[in-house]
Design a protein around this ligand. Sequence first.
Ligand SMILES: Cc1cc2nc3c(=O)[nH]c(=O)nc-3n(C[C@H](O)[C@H](O)[C@H](O)COP(=O)(O)OP(=O)(O)OC[C@H]3O[C@@H](n4cnc5c(N)ncnc54)[C@H](O)[C@@H]3O)c2cc1C
Length: 495
Amino acid sequence: MTAAELALAGVPVTVLERHPRHPGHSRGFNLNPYSLEVLDRRGIAGRFLAEGPTVPHMMFAGPRLLLDLTAMAAGHRHVLGIAQVRVEELLAEWAAELGVRITRGHEVTGLEQDADGVTVTARTPEGERRIRAGYVAGCDGSRSAVRKLAGIGFPGTPATRYTILADAEPMVEGDLSPGVTTGPGGAVLVIPRPGYVRIVVKDPAPPEERDEPVTAEYFQAALDQTLGRHVPLGPPRWLSRFGDAARLADRFVAGRVVLAGDAAHIHPPAGALGVNVALADAVNLGWKLAATVQGHAPAGLLASYHTERHAAGAAVLRYTQAQALLGGDDERLAPLRELVTELTALAPVNRYLAEAVTGVGTRYAMPPAPGQAADPGGEDHPWLGRLAPDLKLTGPDGAATGLAALLRAGRGVLVDCAGGAFAAEAAGLRGRVDVLSARCVDDPGLAGLLVRPDGHTAWVSTRRDPRPAATLRHALTMWFGSPEGKISACETPCR
Ligand SMILES: Cc1cc2nc3c(=O)[nH]c(=O)nc-3n(C[C@H](O)[C@H](O)[C@H](O)COP(=O)(O)OP(=O)(O)OC[C@H]3O[C@@H](n4cnc5c(N)ncnc54)[C@H](O)[C@@H]3O)c2cc1C
């Protein structure tokens, strides 16, 4: 996703992937509403939605408590069931269409940065290769070599609880039903997948060395011990162990190195958020890094990636740790579980939690223009800092369009509903901000709206709470730079 976002902005990108081919198994199985919204704003949500069913709710702190997603402020009020391997394949296809080169069998082992660029060393089947680039994005997972080589700290809490999983041939009918089955040793979660089942059980005796492989015999013994009876496991396709560690990189940007996804944060798998948070990082990072590479980024633009996504990552750690505690088997937390269940039945609480855990509620701070109070008219506009809704708009020629479609090019979008009063402000920013004079069908009171390439609202003016053009000028300069800053090709193409 990061590579595709960069390519969309015209930056040449090479992806180095250590595996010669995809290992085939999927850790995750879902895309949540924020991811679908983001993919919609690139015109590719349909490719993903064609792959699986959608459900209008999601688990919170385990399968007993469901959050209703239908009241959220989002176009996609559902979770899509889709294997992570398919998400990766579809994103790779899109990236390839945009010209991204994916180089497999290249494991990053070294990284040195200097004033002009970064030199990466990769182990390849043909021997060691050195690759020079302007910037490096470490999207290389929880044990990120890039993070370690760049000397970026990864503080947090180590795993205290381990879980093992088996993807195996379907069980014999009646052996174990889908969902949670509780035995004397605890709970077993069975998730039916097309052609196989995923079985998840607490690791009864995690080894000192967590990389020690889980064997079929070990998994069978743990399953039987938990259930208090023998349930034969079909031939496994994939066995794995995962923990509840929670860590957040102390810098998402270190000179010419940036981190995204699990490389930047790990958290308990509660809530099934990891793939989704990684996509949210990528869409926040891509346009900022592209503007930096092309030399027209305003001061502090790349640093804002750290500010915005580090805070979002910290929130994800909180939400997943809270869910892991509530969903665990500590009986002392039973009253708290009951209380949370009662609270979640209240519509505003349900909506707050649904928007918080799916990322739909993510609100980035949009600093006001100098001398302008943050909220002169009272409350900030509810869209400010959040994903702008996919508003229906009518252009000067009467043609109807949606805001999401205007964002497909990955540029900023200024919608002028004030007869041209605002459009002139973006005159020098061609190639960075697309301008549309329009009427907003969904909200006739809208006077003007500036949306960043990641879909988040940077500035909004309404007829009830009009903002002077100077505040728009400030927002344009803050996110898109000055008109003098030129768009140029990457000066240090990968080679
Ligand atoms: C059991 C389990 C279930 C999960 N379920 C869900 C779920 O339902 N929904 C969800 O959203 N998330 C889920 N997650 C989390 C999710 O899988 C991760 O958050 C997600 O994969 C992170 O994506 P990423 O691209 O940052 O890292 P990864 O998916 O780990 O990708 C990193 C890539 O970098 C490559 N790489 C690593 N080191 C190097 C190197 N030195 N050189 C070159 N390449 C390298 C790797 O081979 C890999 O392809 C689950 C996790 C687990 C463990």
